[in-house]
Every structure is written in C-alpha cells, then in structure tokens.
Design a protein around this ligand. Sequence first.
Ligand SMILES: *[C@@H]1O[C@H](CO)[C@@H](O)[C@H](O)[C@H]1NC(C)=O
Ligand SMILES: *[C@@H]1O[C@H](CO)[C@@H](O)[C@H](O)[C@H]1NC(C)=O
Ligand SMILES: *[C@@H]1O[C@H](CO)[C@@H](O)[C@H](O)[C@H]1NC(C)=O
Ligand SMILES: *[C@@H]1O[C@H](CO)[C@@H](O)[C@H](O)[C@H]1NC(C)=O
Ligand SMILES: *[C@@H]1O[C@H](CO)[C@@H](O)[C@H](O)[C@H]1NC(C)=O
Length: 473
Amino acid sequence: MWKALFLLVLLVLSPGADGLFRSLYRKGHVSSPRKGDPGQRLFLTPYIETGKLEEGRQLSLVPPFPGWNLTSYSGYITVNKTYNSNIFFWFFPAKIEPQNAPVVLWLQGGPGGSSMFGLFVEHGPYIVSKNMTLFARDFPWTITFSMLYVDNPVGTGFSFTDHVHGYAIDEDDVARNLYSALIQFFELFSDYRDNDFYVTGESYAGKYVPAIAHYIHILNPVTTMKINLKGIALGDAYFDPKSIIEGYPSFLFQIGLLDEQEKKYFQKQCNDCVKFIRQEKWLQAFELLDRLLDGGLISEPSYFQNVTGCSNYYNLLLCTEPEDQGYYGKFLSLPHVRQAIHVGNQTFSDGAKVEKYLREDTVKSVKPWLTEIMNNYKVLIYNGQLDVIVAASLTERSLMAMDWKGSQKYKKAGKKVWKILKSDPEVAGYVRQVGNFCQVIVRGGGHILPYDQPLRSFDMINRFIFGRGWDPY
Ligand SMILES: *[C@@H]1O[C@H](CO)[C@@H](O)[C@H](O)[C@H]1NC(C)=O
Ligand SMILES: *[C@@H]1O[C@H](CO)[C@@H](O)[C@H](O)[C@H]1NC(C)=O
Ligand SMILES: *[C@@H]1O[C@H](CO)[C@@H](O)[C@H](O)[C@H]1NC(C)=O
Ligand SMILES: *[C@@H]1O[C@H](CO)[C@@H](O)[C@H](O)[C@H]1NC(C)=O
Ligand SMILES: *[C@@H]1O[C@H](CO)[C@@H](O)[C@H](O)[C@H]1NC(C)=O
C-alpha cells in the first residue's frame, strides 16, 4: 500500500524538465477551453495606426475580476505583418500616483517562459490559489510602478506568429519585435510616455533586457518617438554564459552537490563547452550543456539530475519546484479569464518552439551591450543567495570579466550590509554600488526571488529605481 502511494506521489511530482531555465515556467499548463465563451483576441495595432487611440484603450480595459477593483489593460500588438507576429501585453498602472510612477517592463526568461509567471507567481497584484480564488499579493510591484508584463519573444505564452520565419533566432530579432511593441504601446498609452522607463527581467531575460536596452539606446537619437529609458534590472541573469559555465564545477562541488569524482567529469564537460563557445560552435556547446544540466534535447535525465537526484536548480534548499507555482496555468485556461484579458481561444505556447529557434543563441554573450548600458544608464544586477543555476558567485565571475567605465572601482568597492528597517534583526542582503551601478545579493531566496522573498525584492527594486540608497529606514 505505502509503496503504491509513494509511486503515485513520484508520478505527480516528476517534472517535465526542458529548456535551460524553462522547466519551472512550464509548470503552469494553460489549455484552450472546451466549454464557455473565451471571447475574441483583441488586436490593437489597427486602432493605433488609424489614430483611434481612445477606442483602443477602452477596448483593452480588462473588466475587474469578481471582488476586485483594479484597472488593467491587455491585448495584442502586431510587430511583424509579414509573418503575422503578435505580442501579448498586460499593463497595470501603478496604484500610487500612476501619472508619475515609472513604467517597468518585465520580461521572463526561459527562453520561452511566459511573463504570466512573473505576474502571478512573482510580483503582480494577484496570487492564484489551488481552487482558482484570486488573492492580493502583499508587496506587488504594481503599488509603486506601472508594470508592463509582455510575453516575449513571439511564440511565447499568448504571443504568437503564423510563420516559422517569425520566430526569433537571435537577440536582434528579439529586440526588433519588442521595440515595435513598445513604440506602439507608448502611442496607445501616451500618458505614460514621458514617465521614467525601466526594463527588468530574470534568468534568460538577462539577454533580452540588454538587447532591447541597446536597441532603444541606438534608436532614440535618430527617431522622433523616444523611449524614456532610465535603467535596467537583471535578476539571476544569464548574460555571459561562458563565465557562468566555467564557474559551475567548483561552485557545485563547494555546495555539496558534486563529489570529487563528479566534479572532475563536470570540469571536463564545461571545458569542452567553453572550447566550443570560443570556436563559435554554438550548437555543439548548447547540446553539451543540455546533456549536462537540463536534458531537454535528450530523452533521459541530465547528468545534473542523475547525480543530484533533483530536478530543481532554482533554490539550493528545494529538490523539486513548489506546486503552487503552477496554479496560474489553470486560471488562464478559464473562459471568463480569457475573455477578460482579450486572448480568446489563442493556444498558449509552452516555449518549446521558441527555444528550438534560439538554441544557438543560448550560449552567446550579450556582454558588449550590457557594457554599453552600464556606461550610460542605471543598472541593477541582483541574485538570490540560494540560486544554483545562476548563483551569486557565478554572476560575480561574469561581472569581474566585464570592462566598463566603473570596473576598476567596482573591483575595489566594499560591500554594504543592507537592512530594510533599523530595528530588523535580520539582514536583507548585501550591496555594492559604484556610480549608477548596484549589485545586490538577497538573502534567503533563490532564482525565483520575489516568490521566495517578496518584501526584500520589493524594497530592493524600489530603492534602486527611486534612488533611495541602501540605509535602513
Ligand atoms: C474603484 O477604485 C476607484 C479608484 O481607485 C474608485 O474611484 C472607485 O470608487 C472604486 N470603485 C469601487 C466599486 O470600489
Ligand atoms: C519581419 O521579420 C523578418 C524576419 O525576422 C525580418 O527580416 C523583417 O525585417 C521583419 N519585418 C519588420 C517590419 O520588422
Ligand atoms: C479557496 O481556498 C481558499 C484558501 O486557499 C479559501 O479561503 C477559500 O474559501 C476557498 N474558496 C472556495 C470557493 O472554496
Ligand atoms: C542518467 O542516468 C541514466 C540512467 O542510468 C542514463 O541512461 C543516462 O545516460 C544518464 N544521463 C547522462 C547525461 O549521463
Ligand atoms: C478558435 O476559435 C475560432 C473561431 O471560433 C476557430 O476557428 C479556431 O479553430 C479556434 N482555435 C482553437 C485553438 O480552438
């Protein structure tokens, strides 16, 4: 009896790991409803192009969910007509002073992870419970910022394209489509155009964020329509794969996940992977990394899964992913929800296709773009202290390998203990600041930091964006 029960539990918990950082984002399985009226998809580009802005805004208004009084807008923006590529967005004007609040774009990682994960699991106003009741999050980022959640790149989540050539194969494709979406968004919501604008994201978005920021930086001087970019924030960011991969063997050994012998094997694999990267053999590097860590391409567990017995590398203390991180998927399958957010019966993509087209991109660095952004804008790079896959020490390796205007000072800068309140016995984390650059390590959280540490994440992003410094209140 107990054995059958044990096996059942095993079955329920066995993960569908796939994609470098995607297994967790795939937990929220969204299906198309078989019954009920999901309504129609709302395409806003025709309203923007014909100047029917007020009408477009009104149509995109999301009717409040029962028991809620919260204004938000959602719909599709067409970013490439040739391939019918459309980006889905969901916009929440800030609760406090929306007319002045900074606009913050959030991009999920993956590749192919939907930003609906960030909205429902990390820092949006709603938390979905098991029985599909919506609860209010204690510290949603939507209190002080106008949050723009976007399913990026096309083919992710509710965003879609009708043609194989519509999928992004590199970060230029990602940035081009996203830029088109942003320009149109600020035409439609012109009241927010002059507010400060920040681009944020985690994990694989460590590549998307510098890519779109670079695109804006290059185009702003030569276009009439400017985007008021002030800075970027990257969480547990995968912006320089090579330096991260080089750091895995000793890090995983030091935290007790590899023994001496396994470390040697890991070291050999990582050396080969880095060699492929140097030779620009991107696909070979990706395949090797996949076998080692993720097992998405092969139909067997990865080496990491074999030797650790764990599928979850997002939090040192957790072997599997928390079940409640997937509840939002069922919520987004409900016909009345789909109708409210204007996605109709659009198939929700789990990101597998997006990842397939971005395979070569997976191991490429965006260091030059990040350098440019660090030289010209505010930048926050943060880690959850308990993350494994992009651990704090691995980010430090990436940063040490960067050459930007503050790099000499950064290497000598002392770190500061950060507490939220003077009376706090607990330390929230550690900060190193050089000019407009902040590096933060948040205690007690992993890769999905705002889920693990809501208050610390909220305090961190507010201190960074509003420039409040890091002294306790
Ligand atoms: C909803 O919120 C708005 C603005 O915050 C307020 O003016 C309005 O009275 C509220 N409506 C209800 C039904 O609570
Ligand atoms: C549409 O996508 C293709 C392929 O990525 C690209 O070559 C073309 O320039 C895009 N068109 C627009 C208007 O962005
Ligand atoms: C749903 O679950 C929550 C607790 O998670 C509970 O407070 C609420 O009453 C439940 N609602 C229904 C309709 O069962
Ligand atoms: C993981 O273990 C299984 C079962 O022993 C084996 O078939 C597979 O090749 C291993 N995976 C890797 C990447 O070594
Ligand atoms: C969505 O609805 C349209 C029109 O009712 C139908 O043609 C289409 O097949 C549906 N798509 C899916 C994925 O159910």
